[in-house]
Design a binder for this molecule. Structure first.
Ligand code: ZN
Length: 461
């Protein structure tokens, strides 16, 4: 699927060929991820999970100093930028000193291009990965081989349950696996190398969903992994028909999107599985993982995160996530503004004793909130959506302060009573200062990478 010709060839091929192609890609992926430094990183992340918070702080400061020293010596972008600001490497001794440096915007990264790559790294040794660009400009991310191995080692050390190695699994991610106009199953592709069935998340219509469920029921998966909104779509469909799988998965691992409370409820009800969530980005500048204690923890051995307060939510701090990677010397991102938000209370502590700030909730990109005339922000409509009956999907669009448009995909049985209820639920949460318009749609468009965004803020743009 590397170019237009091979893409067209793949799209026109029968399912068997697609499985062979996917398995071939599987071999290549395994080769890139699991050799070289993989073992070293795996041992590192396993060991670091036993470190105390103090040890982690010490480690971060050490890594940061080394990172900054290299950035000042080898990365043209930082040399130029910091010289202008009159800052030297010696000024950055600890994580607290990071505040002396400016934030790095995504637009800065795009503009800087290869100037952000260390001169110590030959560019031909980097692999380029396109990011989704769900909130604007797509970004090409360069990765040295060892960083990809680091990422996979981290996932195996911290996120994946240990009993999933070589187990059959299913994935639901934004890959374009099936041509858009295909109307007959299979809407999935098998990667035999990894015992993985990859489902297309772009074909989940009411007409096609029974095929998905039949496939999930006839082929056991030890775990499901991928976008929570895609798995939620399946769970909701099953719930509506009171259908349950004969052998549901043991685990559901969610990432790349907000795991909203009503997604979690539906997944639990439909599958009864162990749900684990993780927050990360393609830029690999930060990680927050749900540990076995049930909390989301900031992974302090993975990178340095700063939480910059922007407001409050339910009595806790709402903060923007700013990340500094401390392992990637080829493409060092220092104080990179992810645009994502977290909710946390500094007083929250983990009873199991795991270090790293406990995070209560993670919200998508900064654009995903709407604003009330008094300036307060609503970052999440999950609580509202949960109470709306006979509704399949819901999205809020804000074009101007003082009004919102609520797009609704109705479920069977929807009536005027449900419509009234929607207004009531919104009024209860946001009061009377904002005008609410309702629009019925047959589906809600996803981003090009298949992500579902529950709030679109066109004012903030
Ligand atoms: Zn914990």
């Amino acid at each position: 699927m590397e170019n237009k010709v091979s893409r067209a060839f793949y799209d026109c091929s029968p399912a068997l060929f697609r499985n062979i192609a996917a398995s071939g890609f599987g071999v290549a992926k395994n080769y890139r991820r699991y050799r070289g430094m993989f073992r070293v990183w795996l041992n590192f992340f396993k060991a670091a999970q036993g470190w105390t918070e103090e040890q982690l702080h010490e480690f971060q400061n050490l890594q940061l100093r080394e990172m900054v020293r290299k950035a000042f010596q080898e990365v043209p972008y930082y040399q130029d930028r910091f010289a202008k600001l009159g800052i030297t490497a010696a000024d950055i001794r600890s994580v607290q000193d990071l505040a002396k440096l400016p934030l790095l915007e995504k637009s800065d990264v795009i503009e800087a291009g290869t100037d952000l790559i260390s001169r110590a790294w030959p560019i031909r040794k980097l692999r380029w990965y396109p990011t989704s660009g769900s909130t604007g400009t797509p970004l090409q991310v360069p990765r040295p081989y060892y960083i990809e191995q680091m990422e996979w080692a981290f996932l195996h050390a911290r996120f994946y349950p240990s009993d999933v190695i070589n187990s059959p699994y299913s994935s639901f991610t934004g890959l374009e696996l099936i041509p858009p106009n295909q109307s007959k199953p299979p809407f999935w592709v098998d990667n035999w190398m990894n015992r993985q069935r990859m489902y297309s998340i772009f074909h989940m219509s009411t007409r096609n969903l029974p095929y998905y469920i039949k496939s999930l029921d006839s082929r056991y998966s030890h775990l499901y992994i991928g976008y929570p909104s895609a798995m939620y779509t399946i769970a909701k469909f099953m719930q509506e028909r009171s259908f349950y799988l004969h052998r549901p998965p043991h685990y559901i691992l969610t990432s790349s999107e907000e795991l909203q409370p009503h997604y979690e409820d539906a997944l639990l009800d439909a599958f009864g599985s162990n749900i684990r969530n993780r927050y990360g980005q393609n830029e690999f500048v930060g990680s927050i993982t749900m540990y076995d204690c049930g909390h989301l923890h900031y992974d302090m051995d993975y990178s340095i995160l700063e939480f910059l307060p922007v407001g409050h939510e339910d009595g806790a701090i709402l903060a923007e996530v700013v990340g500094t990677n401390m392992h990637d010397t080829a493409w060092p991102l220092i104080r990179y503004r992810t645009g994502d938000l977290v909710v946390y209370n500094p007083d929250d502590h983990c009873a199991a004793g795991y270090p790293g700030q406990v995070i209560r909730r993670i919200h998508g990109r900064t654009g995903r909130y709407f604003e009330l005339p008094d300036g307060s922000r609503i970052t999440n409509i999950s609580v509202i959506a949960k109470k709306c009956t006979n509704v399949k999907l819901m999205q809020v669009v804000q074009q101007e302060i003082g009004s919102i448009l609520v797009r609704v995909v109705r479920a069977p049985g929807y009536s005027s009573k449900d419509e009234m209820n929607i207004f009531q639920q919104f009024r209860r949460k946001i009061g009377n200062s904002t005008n609410i318009d309702l629009e019925y749609v047959t589906d809600i468009e996803r981003t090009t990478s298949g992500k579902f965004i529950s709030i679109i803020n066109e004012v903030a743009k």
